[in-house]
Design a protein around this ligand. Structure first.
Ligand code: G3P
Ligand code: CA
Length: 242
């Protein structure tokens, strides 16, 4: 199966990360999927933002967890890109609405590290069902307890174990958690001996992230990664001859 291309925070090399313009651009480029980050507002809405605070990517200040959806929507998330002035933070529901008619899949990264959002797993599964997105979502998180919760609620949910550093025989751990995939940093995917083969033999997908150089993208394609998660989906698509 040919390697898929997932746009990391949307086509974030060209448009403000984790915004509707970045996701729309990924769709127009022909990406197979998008990756996005989910946090929760003080009134329980699933908001798309990488950081627990709004400071880096907006003109506001504070924690997502301390602001309502309406308060967050007042901020400008154009992230210094003048042509995208007044870009608003999307909710996960809005992103599902945008891509529903396409064939793209969504890698929902659940952010539960700096701030823990108790019960976010229930909301995610409920929204996936409500929006008819079943089968098109794969959940990942650096917090694997969150993925365990998702697995408990929905035995059919797809989960990918997100990690940064090298891990020995990750397919064994993936099997223990009944995960569908691992999501290693691309260097871990490329440099750990036998990783691709071990995962393939055990039916575990390898979806590698931070693949932003042509060299890493090419190596992942040659080694048979299932998906590369990149800020520049257009570059990866050209390398794949698409
Ligand atoms: O999901 C892959 C990647 O996005 C994980 O790191 O910090 O970009 O969310 P980060
Ligand atoms: Ca992410």
């Amino acid at each position: 199966m040919a390697t898929k291309v997932w746009a990391h925070r949307g086509a974030s090399a060209y448009a403000p990360e984790n915004t509707i313009p970045a996701f729309r651009m990924a769709m127009e480029m022909g990406a197979d999927g998008i990756e996005l980050d989910v946090q929760e507002s003080s009134d329980g809405k699933l908001m798309i933002l990488h950081d627990a605070r709004v400071d880096r990517t907006s003109n506001g200040s504070g924690r997502v967890a301390d602001m309502t959806c309406q308060e967050l929507k007042k901020l400008d998330f154009s992230y210094g890109m003048a042509e995208y002035k007044d870009t608003r933070i999307p909710t996960l529901k809005e992103v599902y609405g945008l891509i529903k008619k396409s064939r793209m899949i969504v890698n929902v990264e659940v952010k539960c590290d700096e701030v823990i959002y108790p019960g976010i797993w229930d909301k995610l599964i409920r929204l996936e069902r409500e929006m008819g997105m079943h089968g098109r979502v794969i959940y990942s998180s650096f917090n694997h307890y969150v993925l365990q919760k998702i697995r408990d609620i929905d035995p059919d949910a797809r989960i990918g174990l997100l990690y940064d550093n090298a891990m020995v025989d990750p397919w064994v751990y993936a099997g223990y958690l009944n995960a569908n995939a691992i999501h290693p940093h691309c260097k871990a995917a490329l440099l750990c001996p036998g990783l691709m083969e071990g995962c393939r033999e055990n039916g575990i997908d390898v979806n590698a992230w931070a693949a932003d150089t042509q060299q890493d993208m090419t190596a992942l394609i040659e080694k048979g990664a299932n998906a590369i998660i990149t800020n520049s989906p257009d570059v990866a698509l050209v390398l794949l001859g698409r």
